[in-house]
Design a protein around this ligand. Structure first.
Ligand code: ACO
Length: 435
């Protein structure tokens, strides 16, 4: 990581008669940041920035999002090139190791994935004891943190030389954990991973194979899943990644940090939006609501309703991942003979109406990555409550890369923000008899 930050300018802050020269740094894509690390020490002030809208919490070499231009880079490569030319595992390798793998590296990475794909047999008891209606995101998060007790040797220290066991274990086993949580949910026997299958094929097979019916993996479904995982693979300092970095900053292990990230992803304002989008579309379709009314409801200041799958903290233009997802979704549905899927038609109609509405135009609200993925997952046969699990499988390499970068960064400290206390000033203690 490039920690050799050179100030390109300085800003002066005058407070209480004291003037501070604060350095301004510039990233490789020209974005500028004001270094306020001495602020409290020199002035006694802290910053107030709800939602960390203006706060850079780290320097990072991993990914870059230009929300004005609609550009996403992973280790410098455009997401569109990666989506067109790579398998998900190549992108995972790129994010974690910082370079695209050679053929040899790819082969040994795939072999490692195969070696680590099973989970300890005793872990199956955990799945069996969850209630039928358990949400797979809750199960996944619990299972990932449980890996730290089954595989306590955490050897991520060596990751710069080779993809180490903890990392490959996690990347490989997450598919198995995800598919087992689905099988538990539908009450079918678990399907073990197979050394004969590729990363996405294996996941599809563990999800859909059953002893009473053959499951033939459709190469186009595998390709689409591969693409969606790539689209999700990293996205700089989003909510769940910040959680992974934050938990990791306390010295917590990789499994614990990722497990917390999974919980953050679950929320409907973040990765859980892919489930919320389908629920919204289904609701509109079943209740025959008009697109116009849905848009009007989403615009109302006094309602909590939002157009799910729309808007983003960083993008002020069309999310390039949403564009790729929309195209792949159309191709997939066409291939599966579902060109006239009513939810896809409704989603397109809703998108067009929103993009023509001045409210959405003025606030720069466009479809985000979650808007079309759910329609494609549904066509693949993935149930709604597994959508965010698929997102988590895709985001895992990004979380791992960011966790490693954070733990290696000599400038990082335990994440411990400040607050502006607005509670009661100190008061005398009241004994029980006097309350
Ligand atoms: N529908 C209607 N209005 C919206 C929407 C939406 N989807 N998104 C934002 N707005 C409005 C807000 O009401 C706000 O209006 P105001 O300025 O009049 O108060 C303005 O646009 C800015 O919105 P904020 O909430 O301040 O933007 P923020 O950056 O905090 O939130 C977020 C981004 C959470 C993604 C938001 O756009 C949203 O809730 N979208 C719907 C949920 C969603 O799709 N989440 C997935 C995001 S992608 C991902 O995490 C993988």
């Amino acid at each position: 990581m490039n920690t050799n930050k050179n100030a390109v300018a300085a800003a002066q802050l005058t407070v209480g008669g004291k003037t501070l020269d604060l350095p301004v740094f510039e990233g490789t894509r020209g974005e500028r940041s004001l270094d306020i690390s001495v602020l409290r020490r020199e002035t006694g002030l802290v910053t107030y920035d709800p939602g960390l809208v203006n706060t850079g919490i780290c320097t990072s070499d991993i990914s870059f999002v230009d929300g004005e231009k609609g550009l996403v880079l992973h280790r410098g490569y455009n997401i569109e090139d990666l989506a067109e030319h790579c398998m998900f595992l190549e992108v995972a390798y790129l994010l974690i190791m910082g370079k695209l793998p050679t053929l040899e590296e790819q082969k040994s990475f795939t072999n490692l994935m195969n070696e680590h794909s099973m989970i300890h047999e005793d872990m199956q008891h955990f799945f069996r004891n969850y209630p039928e209606h358990a949400h797979p995101m809750a199960v996944l998060s619990a299972m990932v943190v449980s890996l730290s007790s089954f595989y306590p040797q955490l050897d991520t220290e060596s990751v710069t030389e080779r993809i180490d066991n903890t990392v490959t274990r996690l990347l490989s086993k997450i598919r198995t954990l995800a598919a087992f949580s689905y099988k538990k949910f539908i009450g079918e026997p678990f399907v073990y991973p197979s050394y004969k299958l590729r990363y996405c094929e294996n996941f599809l097979n563990m999800m859909f194979y059953s002893p009473v019916r053959d499951y033939i993996i459709d190469p186009l479904v595998e390709r689409a899943l591969n693409l969606f995982l790539i689209l999700h693979s990293d996205h700089e300092q989003n909510c769940s990644t910040t959680v992974v970095r934050t938990v990791g900053s306390s010295g917590a292990n990789l499994y614990a940090s990722i497990s917390a990230g999974i919980c953050a992803l679950w929320g409907p304002l973040h990765g859980g939006a892919n489930q919320a989008v389908i629920e919204m579309l289904q609701n509109i379709y079943e209740n025959g609501a008009s697109v116009k009314n849905v848009i009007e409801d989403a615009k109302r200041k006094d309602s909590k309703i939002r157009l799910m799958g729309f808007g983003h903290r960083v993008y002020k233009t069309y999310d390039p991942r949403a564009r790729l997802a929309k195209k792949a979704c159309r191709e997939l549905l066409g291939h599966l003979g579902m060109r006239k899927d009513p939810l896809l038609e409704l989603a397109v109609e809703l998108e067009e109406a929103a993009l023509q509405d001045s409210y959405f135009q003025e606030k720069n609200l466009y479809p985000n990555v979650d808007y079309y993925t759910g329609i494609a997952y549904r066509a693949m046969g993935i149930p709604t409550n597994m959508f965010t699990v698929v997102f988590a499988i895709g985001r895992l390499p990004g979380w791992i890369a960011q966790w490693i970068e954070n733990t290696r960064d000599m400038e990082q400290k335990i994440m411990r923000p400040r607050q502006i206390y607005t509670g009661s000033p100190q008061k005398p203690f009241v004994f029980t008899k006097d309350r």
